[in-house]
Design a protein around this ligand. Structure first.
Ligand code: ATP
Ligand code: MG
Length: 433
């Protein structure tokens, strides 16, 4: 039996629920169905936070949902969902889902025409138990504004605790992505992971390798662009999950525990968080370039030692590292290409004489590569005077630029600059156009 929290016993305010979500809930109710908000939105509403989106569940089957709404489309194959459209805004409406729904939709066990078992749709109770964390399995009932709790989610919510429903190890084995979700929610909500739910993670982290790379990419993007990338990174490392996602980077970090690779990564994540807090755009490719830079550098160094020319060494190293990373995380081309460009442009910054600096300046990826150089210089891996040379070079007059590339000298005293012009740099990891 569920524990029901009446309207007066919880803090959910309808003023934080989107108008469209309310419309959907009320319309379903009017048509005689049960209708609830569920998942992340209930969890966030209980914290008084504005949810990012609203998920509705009901006992109405997809065809029945469609009959209630004109502006409705059914999507999905294995499990059909309804999308109710309000202009740009879409409210997702799902039918209660049974525990094991690996059969094609609509497949039922029939006897004398009577439904014995519906493999896809279930009861609200079944729907609750198939969810991941107890705080994600709370239902806000539109018929009386109560919260329905089958799994002790309300207690966990009050204790700011993430607890997997059921046996943690089994639930992680069923879907290893839940380990990443644990970290993402813990950081985002400021919750702790219940010790029983935390304990199996290091042992099972390697199961992430069984997840399709495209799904891992989606999850990693959510982790990195959560606005809490720094903390997320620390937690992922703590649980051995970072090493499962970025094994080569983890190996480099483990080798140099306090060195600049760690500072460099932390700084790039910090910058991302800051930009997100300021509502500025961030380019995921810049982050991936930073995350994999250390292995690229290590590999390039080895290639150079064995006689490769530096520009080629970085190009080859970049290709190698990214090819290996792609087996785990499917970076789309729109990320993989600029990542490689940012890397392969790094050795070209070293050449400050002749026509080369002008060509580099004209490269479409110059901006991002330069920002990357600044980050390297800030953390002591690249020469700060070199970075400063490039900062001056960009704002210098043509005559000054010609003087700069004649000597290529990095020390600012030698190249006389006119009155310092302050041109606003576009922020570090803004997408280079
Ligand atoms: P967010 O704020 O990031 O959207 P969310 O909790 O809404 O958080 P979603 O990925 O949108 O997360 O999923 C919606 C709900 O579906 C979850 O709250 C949870 O109940 C259920 N769910 C999602 N992914 C899983 C999973 N891998 N295993 C079990 N249940 C899941
Ligand atoms: Mg959600």
């Amino acid at each position: 039996m569920p524990r029901i929290y009446a309207r007066a016993e919880h803090a959910i305010s309808r003023s934080l629920v989107s108008e469209n979500a309310l419309k959907v809930l009320y319309r379903l109710k009017k048509a005689g169905y049960e209708a609830y908000l569920v998942g992340g939105c209930v969890r966030d509403l209980l914290l008084g936070r504005e949810p990012k989106d609203f998920d509705v569940v009901t006992d109405a089957h997809p065809e029945q949902i469609r009959a209630v709404f004109r502006n409705c489309r059914l999507i999905g194959r294995r499990f059909r969902l309804a999308h109710v459209h309000f202009g740009q805004d879409i409210i997702e409406v799902a039918t209660f889902r049974a525990l094991q729904s690996d059969q094609p939709h609509g497949e039922r066990v029939l006897e004398n025409g009577r439904i014995l078992r519906d493999n896809v749709y279930g009861t609200i109770e079944e729907d609750a138990f198939r969810r991941d964390f107890s705080v994600n399995a709370l239902y806000y009932n539109i018929s009386d504004f109560s919260v329905v709790d089958y799994v002790g989610g309300m207690d966990d919510h009050k204790a700011a605790r993430l607890r997997l429903i059921g046996d943690p190890e089994q639930r992680y084995r069923e879907d290893p992505v839940r380990m990443l979700r644990a970290v993402r929610f813990a950081v985002k909500l400021g919750f702790t992971i219940h010790p029983d739910s935390a304990a199996p993670i290091p042992k099972l982290a390697g199961l992430l390798h069984e997840i399709p790379p495209a799904r891992l990419f989606d999850e990693v993007i959510k982790l990195l662009l959560s606005g809490y990338a720094v903390q997320t990174f620390e937690q992922l490392r703590h649980y051995g999950l970072f090493g499962a996602l970025f094994p080569e980077t983890e190996r480099c970090l483990a080798r140099e525990p306090d060195g600049f690779p760690l500072t460099f990564l932390a700084k790039s994540l910090e910058q991302t968080d800051r930009r997100l807090a300021d509502d500025k755009p961030v380019a995921p490719y810049f982050l991936f370039a930073a995350l994999l830079w250390e292995p690229v550098r290590a590999r390039a160094r080895r290639l150079i030692e064995s006689g490769h020319q530096s520009a080629l060494a970085y190009q080859d190293a970049g290709n190698e590292i990214i090819t290996r990373q792609l087996r785990l995380i499917a970076l789309p081309k729109s990320i993989g290409l600029p990542v490689r460009e940012v890397w392969s442009l790094q050795p070209r910054f070293e050449m400050t004489q002749g026509g080369r600096p002008f060509r580099l300046l004209g490269h479409p990826r110059f901006r991002a590569a330069y920002d990357f150089l600044l980050l390297r210089a800030e953390t002591g891996e690249a020469d700060p005077e070199l970075a400063a040379w490039w900062t001056r070079f960009q704002v210098a007059s043509e005559a000054e630029q010609r003087a700069m590339v004649r000597t290529g000298n990095r020390s600012p005293a030698r190249t006389r600059t006119r009155k310092r012009r302050t041109r606003k740099r576009s922020a570090p990891n803004a997408p280079a156009s």
